[in-house]
Design a protein around this ligand. Structure first.
Ligand SMILES: Cc1ncc(COP(=O)(O)O)c(C=O)c1O
Length: 465
């Protein structure tokens, strides 16, 4: 077929539209987090349809989506109920704001649904369009909270290296990605970072449990360095997603909780990835027994069918915000009726189909076993890890000495391409290959997913050996 742009190793069926879409895309679309020159030279793969855990491209290839889109399509693609909810809401009321003494049924209904599945004491939600805006809202809300309590100097928010909290100026500042900070003079003032709880990389001779305490105590050190009178909050993802599925040692979160409580600083859980079932519980905070004051949510809230995010606010914070006049913050589309109607139906699907406990009990243990059986002894990989519907491996030079490749990031990107060309979507983060499939993956599909992932990684191993 005469198509110089499409992936050379991807099977083709010869859709004449593919090249046109690729050319339009290359000519006019600036992609997020992409090197435009190399992407356009290669040509974007054109995704045209989704069904269950699979995507289809414009050439008719069926692709197993091991990333749930971008960690979001928890209930899988092609849900008619969600299409119907959007269709009905657009006809009833496509848009109205909630700024000036008005509300509408979908936002009221969704707020009740979400606060009912949230941990005890979370009875309020502030809406945004995305996780990044949720974390910007966190920055504004915690600073406003302390001002309301007469401590306006309590501004600093402590976050972690290699964390991902979004790509707005606030979100990227909270994040600990150097390559993002390099562009645009970030972080903004008033944000500090501490070590991430990554035992495999940083634990040395300590046991994971010992290291978990050590990593958490970095928070205490930082609070004392900055002065507790200046520290507003600590923020962390229960499990770091975009940073490479970093699963903290079991001792980490209890110690963080103790430190936040001891110094009286707010604890913010960024649940944008962990929320809505990814860990086998409704929230990552439920999984770890974390008791946060604020929880950022997005992605799984609507399973990615509509852009919507927000901040779940504990009563102890909401009471202060509600008692102190205007909170001068919001977005035109905060609580957008169509997004809320779709998100509400998404929550009802999770409840109706009992997806979270069913997957936790019936599929996740099987998936973890299969993942470990496949990869534990593979010579190219180490730190084989899984939790809920998170799966990851690290590409290593030598397992026994935990020696990583100097060019591990580049190798993982090549490995990702091998997966992609074999119609499996996994993501490369640093030298790890990571996956977070839709929560509806059955045991049979787990077999398909693990077998395919193994074949791709093994194929890559033989290429580079
Ligand atoms: C933990 C976490 N927080 C925030 C965000 C930002 O969300 P969004 O891309 O919707 O702005 C992400 C996105 O991946 C995330 O993983």
């Amino acid at each position: 077929m005469n198509n110089p742009l499409i992936y050379s190793t991807t099977p083709r069926t010869g859709n004449p539209e593919t090249q046109r879409w690729q050319e339009l895309d290359a000519a006019h679309h600036l992609h997020p987090f992409s090197d435009a020159a190399s992407l356009n030279a290669e040509g974007s793969r054109v995704i045209t349809k989704g069904e269950g855990i699979y995507l289809y491209d414009s050439e008719g290839n069926k692709i197993l989506d091991g990333m749930s889109g971008l960690w979001c399509v928890n209930v899988g693609y092609g849900r008619k109920e969600l299409a119907d909810a959007a269709y009905k809401q657009i006809q009833d009321l496509a848009f109205y704001n909630t700024f000036f003494k008005t509300t509408h049924p979908p936002v009221a209904e969704l707020s009740e649904l979400v606060t009912k599945v949230a941990p005890a004491g979370f009875n309020h939600i502030f809406y945004t369009n995305s996780g990044s805006e949720g974390n910007d809202t966190v920055i504004r809300m915690v600073r406003h909270y302390w001002s309301c309590l007469g401590q306006p100097q309590k501004k600093v928010i402590i976050a972690r290296d290699n964390a991902y909290h979004g790509s707005t100026i606030g979100g990227a500042s909270l994040g600990g990605m150097d390559y993002m900070h390099e562009q645009g003079d970030l972080p903004i003032p008033g944000i500090a970072h501490i070590e991430q709880p990554y035992w495999y990389a940083n634990g040395g001779d300590l046991s994971p449990e010992e290291y978990g305490i050590k990593a958490a105590r970095e928070l205490e050190k930082k609070i004392l360095e900055i002065g507790v009178e200046n520290v507003a909050a600590f923020i962390g993802e229960p499990i770091q997603g975009a940073g490479g599925i970093i699963i903290p040692p079991s001792t980490y979160w209890p110690e963080i909780q103790r430190i936040c409580g001891h110094y009286g600083i707010l604890l913010v859980a960024d649940e944008v990835i962990c929320g809505f079932g990814r860990t086998g519980e409704w929230f990552g905070s439920d999984y770890y027994g974390i008791k946060p004051h604020l929880m950022t949510i997005a992605k799984g809230l609507s399973s990615g069918y509509m852009p919507i995010g927000g901040v779940l606010v504990h009563d102890s914070i909401a009471d202060v915000i509600k008692d102190n006049g205007d909170f001068n913050h919001g977005f035109t589309y905060s609580g957008h009726p169509v997004a809320c109607a779709v998100a509400a139906e998404n929550i009802r699907i999770l409840q109706r189909e009992n997806i979270i406990p069913r997957m936790k009990n019936e599929v996740m243990p099987y998936a973890h076993q299969r993942w470990h059986d496949a990869f534990d002894d593979h010579p190219l990989v180490d730190d084989v890890r899984s939790l809920g519907y998170f799966f990851a491996i690290t590409l290593v030079k030598d397992k026994a000495s935990r020696t990583r490749f100097e060019n591990g990031d580049a190798l993982a990107l090549q490995c990702r391409d091998v997966c992609f060309n074999n119609n499996l979507i996994m993501r490369a983060t640093h030298d790890s290959m990571i996956s977070a499939p839709p929560l509806i993956m059955t045991r049979k599909q787990v077999d398909e997913f693990v077998d395919l992932a193994y074949r791709c990684v093994d194929q890559f191993y033989h290429q580079i050996k």
